[in-house]
Design a binder for this molecule. Sequence first.
Ligand code: ADP
Ligand code: MG
Length: 236
Amino acid sequence: MLRKRAKFSLFALQFSAFRIVPPAALITIALSKGRIFDEAVPLLAAAGVATSEDPETSRKLILSTNRSDVRVIIVRATDVPTYVQYGAADVGVAGKDVLDEHGGRGLYQPLDLKIARCRMMVAVKEGFDYQQAVRQGARLRVATKYVQTAREHFAGKGMHVDLIRLYGSMELAPLVGLAEAIVDLVSTGHTLKANGLCAVEEIAPVSARLIINQAALKLKRDAVQPLLDAFGRAIA
Ligand code: ADP
Ligand code: MG
């Protein structure tokens, strides 16, 4: 009996010496450089997180923060949902445009952060009568990076279009005869104007969303929930 107790207390001592209390789960946040990062900084600050370096000047892709349990990875805007979907990042910030193209599989999207706001629009060359073309049932060529969004939009209008996938500078397409229309993000409209284009139809308002890996939300809830709450309070 006594021996048993001695053994037990030794066991307890070992536990306390090695502190089997699990270390706080490491939270990885995926962000993209530019607008999303810049506008996410105040939200991170509200959650008590500040990166140790600025991604605009640092070449590092993994940024440590003032908190040992939080790190930030810098990825392309379109890759943010992928990193979070596969759990390589627990949390991310991605535009609704990017999420709509990705499809959102494996992602929980609890918060509209209301940052990086703009609009998904159809634009054409100034002087091109888009409404008339729609009325006549013309088969338009539409150049875009946002193929899923465009497909759904024109299908919803009952329009047949030929979608041409581009990866950037969509504004050029109507100017050189690649397409009659483009589907692109517009905020001020300055780029369209500078290229002799005009927006003719709004598809949807766009803003950045907080996304969370569904498994991480369950398995790392204690670490993720406070972050979620702080973001929620910061945008309220
Ligand atoms: P990239 O050009 O590499 O996609 P951006 O910083 O331009 O990176 O865009 C990142 C995100 O910011 C987009 O996915 C979108 O949600 C948002 N965004 C893009 N263009 C605009 C814009 N003109 N105004 C506001 N937000 C925008
Ligand atoms: Mg851009």
